[in-house]
Design a protein around this ligand. Structure first.
Ligand code: ADP
Ligand code: MG
Length: 469
């Protein structure tokens, strides 16, 4: 108490907290060279509520613990141009929140900026010190440590009342995405089984739906994450449907998975919602093919097998004649293909947006190899970070919604007239996008499922009542 009006002597780095934001322990750099304090935030998203501008953002307070993610929400008090340490000017949101160090607390202003590569997640500038802090630049950590264990308790509190029984439907238990989802589920306090979809079997005539696996009846899972490969879409959908009949929450439902797999159907659904996509044509009879090609446009044209993935089954026909003969050849094999205008200006690049719920949580650009137009990583494409525009963000969210997918990878081409949706993937891989962005997407998926299960449980009594009425 005697401390109250005395300045606090601090070193050049200290543990501090922003208690109102739920950021109980952050290692901050004390920087007398900076005017405004800054907090490193990602997924910064401005919105308006009751005429007040607010901002949502995600903070990883501990650089070495990416699983600790705190979702914050603040009123925006200003938007300012801030010159960062590398001399670049950036427009940033300014928020106000209580700041605590060495037992003392006062309100401060912080700018929000996305720089995950920074060693310190917070920079304390002169305006925060406001005569209360004196810096001894030769010292470090004079105010003692705040334990990061605080966050573990918060995570536990989060899930304590809601330990879920989850299953991941995947034929590849060792796969990166499967492993990441397992780890994320476990670290959020849930139990999780990995189940090989093709080894599930069921008796659909019984009045009590269930699923058998390796000779036993599967337990009643709260939630499943279907990672159904393209080659088993049909069977995978049946299994997901059966889980749904048992009352299990499925991250993506069977119908949505099915319609996203069928490129023709998916494009029809996107078109119905007025979502931008390349001009696309489809014909059945050989005698109509020439006319259909004409309606799509001039060569070069892109031809696609309806159910191809990973760039296999996608070819570029340089001339009208080539397009016709490729179509004839495919038709001879009883394969269905669609024809698309070639978006040349995207120069072999596309943008993968990962959508969870109604948000794009991550994006990456994929660039095709030299001399190749398909940017698929399986075709030698390389991934890099990308900033997407509001139009691209909106197109991705609308596309996922049009197909009914809660979790999706939406691929866009950047064309001269805005984003064009190429396809919507119902089990997007996590490896490329997590590596490129450094984000913990697996954990965000699990968090989304927690909310989904909770919402459903809350709605269940009402649903039952409605049924009875
Ligand atoms: P797949 O399901 O096999 O990945 P896509 O439709 O996504 O099939 O096509 C594969 C890749 O080919 C895309 O990622 C993109 O780089 C390129 N591509 C596909 N369609 C077009 C198009 N109409 N114009 C330009 N490039 C295209
Ligand atoms: Mg693709």
């Amino acid at each position: 108490m005697a401390k109250k009006n005395q300045s606090i002597v601090v070193g050049w780095d200290e543990w501090v907290s922003l208690p109102e934001l739920g950021l109980y322990a952050i290692k901050a750099k004390i920087d007398t060279g900076a005017q405004t304090s800054s907090l490193h935030a990602i997924n910064i998203e401005a919105y308006e509520k009751g005429g007040v501008q607010r901002v949502r953002y995600l903070v990883h307070p501990l650089p070495e613990r990416p699983d600790v993610e705190i979702q914050c929400d603040s009123q925006v008090v200003d938007v300012r141009n801030i010159i960062s340490s590398n001399g670049e000017s950036e427009e940033r949101y300014i928020v106000r929140t209580p700041f605590r160090i060495d037992g003392q607390e006062w309100p401060v202003e912080l700018s929000l900026t996305n720089r995950e590569d920074m060693q310190y997640r917070m920079l304390v500038g002169r305006s925060t010190m406001s005569g209360r802090i004196v810096v001894d630049p030769d010292q470090s950590m004079l105010c003692g440590e705040l334990s990061p264990a605080l966050y573990d308790e918060i995570i536990k509190e989060h899930t304590g009342d809601q330990r879920l029984k989850m299953a991941i439907l995947s034929r590849e238990p060792e796969n990166y995405s499967t492993q990441r989802l397992v780890d994320a589920a476990v670290s959020r306090g849930h139990s999780v089984d990995v189940i090989n979809t093709t080894r599930c079997y069921m008796n659909i005539t019984s009045d009590k739906p269930d699923i058998h696996y390796q000779g036993v009846s599967l337990p009643a899972y709260d939630a499943i994450i279907p990672r159904v490969g393209a080659s088993i879409t049909f069977y995978g959908m049946a299994i997901v449907r059966q889980f749904e009949m048992m009352g299990t929450y499925s991250l993506n439902n069977a119908e949505a998975i099915g319609q996203s797999r069928d490129k023709l159907f998916a494009h029809q659904l996107l078109a119905r919602e007025g979502i931008g996509m390349p001009v696309t044509g489809f014909a059945h009879s050989p005698s109509d093919i020439r006319d259909m090609l004409k309606s799509v446009g001039k060569a070069p044209l892109v031809l696609k097998l309806l159910e191809g993935t990973q760039g296999r089954g996608v070819v570029l026909a340089e001339t009208q004649k080539a397009a016709e003969s490729v179509i004839q050849a495919f038709r001879g094999l009883k394969a269905n293909i669609l024809v698309q205008e070639f978006i040349a200006e995207s120069k072999g690049a596309d943008v993968r947006c990962v959508v969870i719920g109604n948000k794009v949580v991550a994006a990456m650009k994929r660039q095709a190899e030299e001399g190749e137009f398909r940017s698929n990583l399986h075709q030698g494409g390389t991934a890099s970070k990308v900033k997407i525009s509001p139009a691209e963000r909106a197109a991705a969210v609308r596309a996922a919604k049009a197909l009914g997918l809660r979790f999706a990878g939406v691929d866009l081409l950047r064309s001269n007239d805005g984003p064009k949706v190429l396809e919507v993937n119902s089990s997007p891989g996590l490896e490329g996008v997590e590596n490129v962005t450094g984000l913990n997407i697996a954990s965000q998926v699990i968090e989304y499922i927690e909310q989904g299960v909770k919402r459903r449980k809350a709605a269940a009594p009402r649903r039952k009542a409605a049924k009875k009425a």
